[in-house]
Structures are given as C-alpha cells and as structure tokens.
Design a protein around this ligand. Structure first.
Ligand SMILES: *[C@@H]1O[C@H](CO)[C@@H](O)[C@H](O)[C@H]1NC(C)=O
Length: 311
C-alpha cells in the first residue's frame, strides 16, 4: 500500500511545483566499490566540480550552451547525486507571464535510475514498477497558474495536486482536505490521502526545504532565442497514519524536483523534469538505509513534460 502511495506522491510533488531535453545516460552504481574506490569516486563526483563535471554537463545537454545557462541546468546536466547547495531562496516560485492560465499536461517517463541499487530504491518490485513507467502511456492532467495577492504568478498547487490525483489514483475523492487555491502555504501542504481500494487514510505532508528559480527577474533566452525558465525545489515528504507513528520506513524522504522549461515557438511549453529522492534516517531501518546511501540519491527519474494551453 505504501508502495502505491509512494509512486503517486512522486507525481504529486513534481507537478505541484510546476519541467526540457531528456537525459539518457544512467548513473552508475557504486555500491559494490571498495571503500578506497568509493572515496576516490566520490571525490571525483562531489569534490572537483569544475573540471570533471563540465564535459559531462555539455554532453548531457547537447543543445549547445544550454548546460551553462542556469545553475539548475548545470545541476541536471552533471547528474550529481548529492543534494543541492541552494537554500529556501524565495517564499514561492514566481513564474514569468507566459505560464498564466490552465494547461493540458502530458508527462512521459524517459529515464529511471537506481544509483545505489534496487534494495535502496525500495526493492526489486518498486524498481520494476518504476521501469514499467518507461513503457506506459503518458500521464495527462491539468495544471494551472494563478496570481497571488500581490499579483505574482504562482502555481496553483492544490488544484494541480487534485488534478494529478484524479488522473492517476482513481478520482479527486482520493484526496481530502486539500487547502483552497485562494489560501495555501507553498511551504507546508498537508492533506489526507486514501488510495482507491485502500482501507486506511494517510496523512501526507510536503514541507519545502529549498527552492530556486532562474531567471529570478526578467527574461532568459537559450541560443535558439527561446524563453527558458528553471525551477528547483527540495521538499520533505512525510506519510503517516493520523494519530499513529509514521508508517513502515522509509516514510520520510527528501525529494528534489527540477523543471527546466522552454517556451516553444508555437507558444507551448516543454520541460525536462528530474526528480531525485534521498532517504531520511528517522529511525532503525531507515537510519541504516540512509547511512548506506551515504548522501547519494537512491531514486532518480526524468520526465518529458509538454504543456498545451487550454485557457
Ligand atoms: C532482486 O533481484 C536480484 C537480481 O535479479 C536477485 O538476486 C535478488 O535476490 C532479488 N531480491 C529480492 C529481495 O527478491
């Protein structure tokens, strides 16, 4: 059951926050490496960012200098498994005007990787289910951007979460007590979740830990002259049964969603969305798993997301 919630919450988070060129290479697992090898590889991976990472970034995003355009594009291009260095830079993501309105969203999984192996990903069955997404039909839902009290354009997170639930979990009734679009806290969304066929209702909480968007003002264009906008958010996701302890581990995870948006010539928007999950060592088994992951993401997925305006 948890497993199923998990898969769905993944989508919820990705879209609530909001997604362009797909990345292909799988990250290699280092779980089997000896401690010495591991240290050296980690040094290569995390330490010498500049020289080692630069060719990787350009290789991953072949659209010429797209890899250099924003720090978030570089981060996606480098495929780093460590958490980002940005903080909670802003109270919400403030989008450029071209996002305004309601869009039909088509989301297709293009890559699933388990950098620390299947056991830390969540087991063979979870990994097989995630890889099956690569062959599955895209998920289609609606997303909306609205003005806040100060006229800034923000994602309507409650609406988007509800829309995805309807598309993936058997209807809007699956979610209860979602906050209203007029008054929600982008840094702390709490709602109830009852998957179709489930006997129990979970409490889900998404708490923002870090956020960045680029450009923070004005326009940014890629080398083709197309407008781009990139947003990254790290959220702590907790799932529990109301009044009880957290459900079986790992029920607390940190999930980063990076959306690299490009506005295409016909006014549509296309995006590469990358979602990375880190385990949080809350107790016993979860703590052991988090320690084994050693700061690396255990689950990394990439989606191609296309937006077509409805109104
Ligand atoms: C997972 O799959 C691997 C490789 O097929 C196998 O060796 C392992 O025993 C499986 N683990 C479980 C828990 O089923």
């Amino acid at each position: 059951m948890l497993h199923r919630c998990d898969a769905v919450l993944f989508f919820l988070i990705g879209s609530a926050a909001a997604a362009a060129p797909p990345t292909q290479q799988r990250t290699r697992c280092q779980a089997a490496a000896s401690p010495t090898q591991q240290t050296r590889r980690q040094a290569l991976r995390y330490g010498v960012g500049g020289a080692a990472a630069w060719p990787l970034a350009t290789a991953a995003l072949p659209s010429d200098n797209a890899g250099a355009l924003t720090t978030l594009r570089r981060r996606v291009g480098q495929k780093t498994l460590a958490q980002g260095s940005y903080g909670l830079d802003a109270p919400d993501v403030y989008y450029p005007d071209f996002f305004e309105g309601t869009w039909r969203v088509t989301s297709k999984a293009v890559e699933v990787s388990a950098p620390c192996g299947a056991p830390l990903f969540g087991g063979n069955a979870s990994l097989a289910a995630a890889r099956a997404e690569l062959e599955a039909a895209p998920v289609v839902y609606e997303a909306r951007w609205i003005r806040d009290g100060r006229g800034r354009l923000i994602a309507d997170r409650p609406y988007n979460i509800g829309s995805i639930a309807a598309a993936t979990m058997g209807g809007r009734d699956v979610l209860q007590q979602l906050p209203s679009s007029d008054a929600f806290d982008p840094n702390g969304l709490i709602f109830k979740l009852r998957p179709e066929g489930s006997e129990v209702t979970y409490r889900a909480e998404l708490r923002a830990l870090a956020r960045r968007f680029e450009p923070s003002a004005g326009e940014l264009r890629d080398s083709s002259g197309l407008l781009v906008f990139d947003a990254g958010e790290l959220s702590r996701q907790s799932i529990s049964l109301p009044g009880k302890d957290l459900v079986q581990p790992p029920s607390v995870k940190d999930i980063e969603t990076i959306n690299l948006f490009t506005r295409t010539k016909d006014g549509r928007i296309t995006s590469t969305q990358r979602t990375s999950t880190w385990l949080v060592g809350t107790e016993g088994i979860a703590a052991m798993k988090a320690q084994a992951a050693d700061g690396r993401a255990v689950d990394v997925r990439t989606y191609r997301v296309d937006y077509e305006r409805l109104k």
